[in-house]
Structures are given as C-alpha cells and as structure tokens.
Design a binder for this molecule. Structure first.
Ligand SMILES: NC(=O)c1ccc[n+]([C@@H]2O[C@H](COP(=O)([O-])OP(=O)(O)OC[C@H]3O[C@@H](n4cnc5c(N)ncnc54)[C@H](OP(=O)(O)O)[C@@H]3O)[C@@H](O)[C@H]2O)c1
Length: 302
C-alpha cells in the first residue's frame, strides 16, 4: 500500500454509497486523504471501493486488516425503520453486532472509531435532547442503533458517537425530504406532511464537515451533530417551498396518527447541538442557511 503524504490520513468509510457516506467519502478524497469506501450493493463513486457485507461478521476483521485505517467513519446500517421492525434479527446483526466487531478490531489496530448514530435512540417525549439524556428507543431500529452505541462502552481505546437527525442533501438515487417536497410541488402533486413530528434536520455537507473534524482530530465522546433548528416536517416543507418559490397549496397537513407505519416513531426527536457547537470548528448550521445552500446546489445542476 502506498505511503501517506503530509497530514493525509487513511480512512475507512462504511456505507460510502449512502446518503451521508457518499458526501463524506467525496469530501475526504477532496482533502487528499486515502479513503477506503466500503459498500454492499451500490459501488461508491468516491474513494477505493471495498466490498464488505456487514451481515458476514467473519469478513469484518479481514477488511480492517487489509485497509489498516487511521480512522473509521462507520455509517453503514440497516436504516429502514419499518424494515428493522420486520427483520429484527438482521437489524441487530448489522446495526449492533457488526458495529461491535468493527470497533473491537479498530481498537486492536489503534484506529479511531466514529459511530454515526441516531435521534431515534430517544423516545421523543421531550424536545431538544442533550447527550447526557437517557436514551429510550421506541422501535427495533433505535434499539439496534443504541445496542451499537452500548457495545462501544467496553472498548479500551477512545471512540466517538455522533447522533444525527433527518439527514438531507443531494444524492444520485436517494431522495431526501426536501427533494421529495420539491419534485411533488413542481408536478402539482398533493403531499401529506406531518404537523406533529419534530426533528433537527441535518444538512449532509455540514454533517460531513463535523464528522470529518471528529475523525481527523480524534475527539472522543458523544456528540449531537445535527442541524441547529428544531422544526416540524410541515414547517420544513413550507420553508423549502418558500426558498424554491414553489406553490405551497399542495402541502397537506397530516398527523402521525394518520400514518400506517409498522414501527412507532418518536414525536419529537430534536437534538440539542450546543456541545458540538462549542467543541467543533465546523458548527451545526441553522436550517435556513442549509436550505439556502441546498437551493444553491440545485441551481448549479439545473
Ligand atoms: N436516514 C436517516 O433518517 C438517519 C437518521 C439518523 C441517523 N441515521 C444514521 O446515519 C447513518 C447514515 O445514514 P444514511 O441516511 O446515509 O443511510 P443510507 O443512505 O441508507 O445508507 C446506508 C448504507 O449502509 C449500507 N449497508 C446496509 N446494509 C449493509 C450491509 N449488510 N453491509 C454493508 N453495508 C450495508 C448501504 O450500502 P449499499 O447501498 O452498498 O447496500 C448504504 O450505503 C446510518 O448509520 C443511520 O443509522 C440516519
């Protein structure tokens, strides 16, 4: 393997073709780091593509032995909240057991480990949860991600947990919430949007900067690396429509009780980001700023 030049580091990014991972891998490559981009189904566009099926637990240590990263940003997960409810064993295997094995192997190799977790570790009964608040997940997805967090407790070496909430941004196949809103409003399609579910929407390029800073500076601890605005889905949709000059009349108010979900979701999974704002140079952004940046990105590709 070629030597690393200057301050460049060797990274392993899992889930490197996902919504968040593709941005992280791209940004790391742009920063001239050596990036091993692990994937399962979809080959990543950035970094050195490295096949790894996390459900094959025996393959994990060999991938780490082959790639020898200085830092790992672990984003791969079974992220379908209802799918996790239907396949709880697989969810626990991928989100918890694989995380534990990856982290243990990372510790053996003295690699810093950043585990990207979720606002869904909380029950949503209280807004703006801080890192010190006790988790209490409602469904299998949140339980499996929390089990991944807890598996790190026994590690001898330092690690970070970065919890995020409703990530959004551009991706070649995945349509995050504002893109779904935009496309439907442009085609004049009514969309039911929840007035009673609150999150801290997290703009992926801003998140990527925070994750890369944590992984590069190797800052241990638990961080809420979400956006800096708590908002309902409905108000978020209206903000997108306003920024993109789209007709808001197609946004139809809906309630969580109207949804036919398999898994129960938290009503308010907003996160208090003051700790990350204090510690990191890359600060959690206000939603208005993030939507403006997304609008700028969209205008460049249209
Ligand atoms: N999306 C959200 O609303 C949300 C909210 C809070 C926290 N998070 C957390 O943030 C992280 C990134 O989320 P995201 O939105 O970027 O997710 P995503 O777009 O669904 O990407 C998840 C990635 O996980 C990989 N993956 C799934 N099963 C795998 C397996 N068996 N082996 C190896 N890789 C596998 C997928 O790879 P392939 O495509 O190659 O199969 C995919 O690239 C996750 O850890 C998630 O739990 C997400």
């Amino acid at each position: 393997m070629a030597g690393i030049i200057g301050n460049a580091m060797r990274f392993l990014v899992t889930g490197a073709s996902g919504l968040v991972g593709s941005q992280v891998a791209k940004d790391l490559v742009d920063l001239n780091h050596e990036v091993h981009s692990s994937y399962h189904d979809a080959k990543p566009d950035h970094g050195i593509a490295t096949y790894l099926d996390l459900s094959r637990l025996d393959d994990i240590s060999s991938t780490l032995n082959e790639t020898r990263p200085d830092s790992i940003i672990h984003l791969a997960a079974m992220t379908g909240v209802d799918q996790c409810e239907e396949q709880p064993d697989l969810a626990m295997k991928i989100n918890a057991e694989a995380t534990k094995l990856l982290a243990r192997q990372a510790a053996k190799q003295h690699a810093f480990f950043v585990y990207v977790s979720t606002d869904y570790v909380f029950d949503g009964m209280k807004k703006m949860r801080a890192e010190s608040d006790a988790p209490n997940p409602l469904g299998i997805y949140g339980k499996s991600k929390l089990a991944g967090e807890l598996a790190l407790n026994s590690l001898a070496s330092p690690y970070a947990i970065a919890r995020i909430s409703s990530p959004f941004g551009l991706h070649k196949t995945k349509k995050s919430f504002p893109i779904w809103v935009k496309e439907n409003l442009e085609s004049g399609t009514d969309i039911p949007v929840l007035v009673d579910q609150f999150t801290s929407p997290t703009y992926v390029p801003n998140l990527s900067d925070m994750l890369i800073e944590i992984a590069t500076r190797k800052i241990a601890g638990t961080f809420h690396t979400a956006g800096a605005t708590r908002i309902s889905r409905y108000d978020f949709a209206e903000m997108v429509a306003d920024k993109l000059n789209l007709d808001k009349k197609f946004i139809r108010p809906a309630s969580m009780s109207d949804m036919r979900w398999k898994a129960q979701r938290p009503k308010d999974s907003s996160l208090d980001v003051s700790f990350a704002s204090e510690i990191l140079h890359a600060k959690p952004q206000k939603l208005e700023t993030s939507i403006q940046l997304l609008a700028d990105q969209l205008s460049q590709i249209s």
